[in-house]
Write a protein that binds this ligand. Structure first.
Ligand code: GLN
Length: 485
């Protein structure tokens, strides 16, 4: 049994045919984590014993004749998604010892189907970052080159897949945190339409932007995982009461006659040549598959980063107010009164980047500044949304790079927040508009680092973008999603 062959669909096939057991598969991955994680640091918590117990339970259920795509199938979960009785830290000191009393809806759904949780993956603290260097538990390293960052904030989730430490994982995406690390690690990552997947139990960063989504080895697995976690949830008032298509059965691979828009604003100065080249080649592949390539414009693209860093930080400053030492996690010691407890706990518990965001957000929400900053940003957000709406009147999907660069070196951008924020120029507007997008691998640059192409769809058109991604995947005979294959 080779780790590289163990995709989600392969695992359930092997289990169905009784060629292996969940326990055997789970132990293979746990062993790999033990070996790899010394180098990659992709996990904050590994569920060595619990995962084996869960696998045994799944094996028993199977022995009784029960079947199911996820019954006994292992998966990794980002550490900002609550897991009952399993530490959920958000990669922050302030939650370093937090054990949630309940599971997020997505986790609950997978557990009910008998999935096995391998562990909780490392991330940027509170999902704030693009390089996975802001984690309280240390940076994550990219298995394609251990001197380089894996992208962020779901860096651990992406690395667990690329490093063969898991068959698939869940991440969260507020401004690119699934797609950008997927791109930099050479795996598949999808951010669903806002409201497609329940946010209940996802520790909130920017509530109007956050979505949970899959990171996988191939597009079929992405479809399988999404159909399992998507759907209306009464515990999340922003989840959409619409039916979930059976995404995996809609992957025909036929994209003949589809119109794919290429936005001129997404080919900017500062973009690496290796990226431009691979994207241009990918566009040719789409052409050869019968798609029509259409030049389009998303004129408000340039405002995205500014708007995002006002709205996301405003929401974060209010969401993070609850971490004050009273109810959860870390509490400072040697305190003389309540006020000092608040101040010292936050000062000691949050890292630099999180503090920066809370201050930015608090500032833009302050009376006197609210209209000039937060309100104004909200208005421009509507213009960005309209750009997409107009584009989708003309095209079926939009294709563009996921990230302007491939994986950069550790420490390269940590001293310059603006430079770091620019890593997300191509992903952020998708969150501001609320539309879905997938990143898939499209080859390597001259340093042999993975490049990703992003396919953006109209609201709730996950099936379409996955089908386009699948057509490409077939045309290139599958992805090399790990340096170890
Ligand atoms: N890199 C972006 C940020 O730092 C996006 C993070 C995310 O999607 N969670 O906010």
């Amino acid at each position: 049994m080779e780790l590289k062959d163990l995709s989600l669909s392969k695992i359930s096939e092997l289990l169905d045919k009784k060629e292996t057991t969940s326990r055997e598969i789970t132990e293979v991955f746990l062993k790999k984590i033990e070996e790899m994680d010394k180098k990659t640091n992709a996990f904050i918590t590994v569920c060595y014993e619990r995962a084996v117990d869960m696998a045994d339970t799944a094996d028993k259920r199977r022995a009784k004749g029960e079947r199911g795509r996820f019954l006994g199938v292992p998966i990794a979960v980002k550490d900002n998604i609550c897991t009952e009785d399993i530490k959920t830290t958000c990669a922050s000191k302030i939650l370093h010892n937090f054990i949630p009393p309940y599971s997020a809806t997505v986790v609950e759904k997978l557990l009910q189907k008998g999935a096995v949780i391998l562990g909780k993956t490392n991330m940027d603290e509170f999902a704030m970052g693009s390089s996975n260097e802001t984690s309280y538990f240390g940076p994550v390293r990219n298995p394609w080159d251990l001197e380089r960052i894996p992208g962020g904030s779901s860096g651990g989730s992406a690395v667990s897949v690329a490093g063969l430490e898991s068959p698939a994982s869940l991440g969260s995406d507020t401004g690119g945190s699934i797609r950008q690390p997927a791109s930099l690690c050479g795996v598949v990552g999808l951010k669903p339409t806002y409201g497609r997947v329940s946010r209940f139990g996802l520790i909130a960063f920017g509530s109007s932007l956050d979505q949970i989504g899959p990171l996988t080895r191939n597009v079929r697995d992405c479809a399988l995982l999404l159909e399992e976690i998507a759907g209306y949830d009464e515990k999340d008032s922003t989840s959409l009461p619409v039916e979930v298509p059976q995404y995996s059965s809609l992957l025909t691979g036929n994209i003949k006659g589809l119109k794919l828009g290429v936005p001129k604003e997404y080919f900017i100065e500062g973009m690496e040549e290796g990226v431009t080249k691979r994207i241009k080649e990918a566009i040719e592949v789409f052409k050869s598959l019968g798609a029509e390539i259409v030049d389009i414009s998303l004129p408000h693209t340039d405002y995205g980063i500014a708007v995002y860093y006002l709205i996301a930080t405003a929401e974060a400053s209010s969401n993070l107010a609850r971490f004050d030492g009273v109810k959860y996690g870390y509490r400072a010691e040697g305190l003389k009164d309540l006020k000092e407890m608040y101040i010292k706990t936050k000062k000691e518990g949050f890292g630099e980047e999180v503090k920066r965001r809370i201050m930015l957000g608090t500032f833009s929400l302050a009376s006197g500044y609210y209209d000039a900053y937060y309100n104004r940003a909200s208005k421009v957000r509507t213009l960005i949304k309209r750009d997409f709406e107009k584009a989708f009147e003309k095209v079926d999907a939009i294709i563009c790079p996921t990230s302007p660069t491939t994986a950069f070196k550790l420490g390269e951008k940590t001293g310059d927040p603006i430079k770091m924020y620019l890593s997300d120029v191509f992903t952020i507007n998708v969150n501001l508009a609320g539309v879905p997008a997938i990143s898939i691998p499209c080859g390597f640059d001259e340093k042999n680092l993975p490049v990703g192409i992003q396919i953006i769809g109209d609201y709730l058109k996950e099936a379409d973008i996955m089908n386009i991604a699948h057509a490409y995947e077939k045309a290139v005979s599958g992805f090399r999603f790990s340096p170890f294959i």
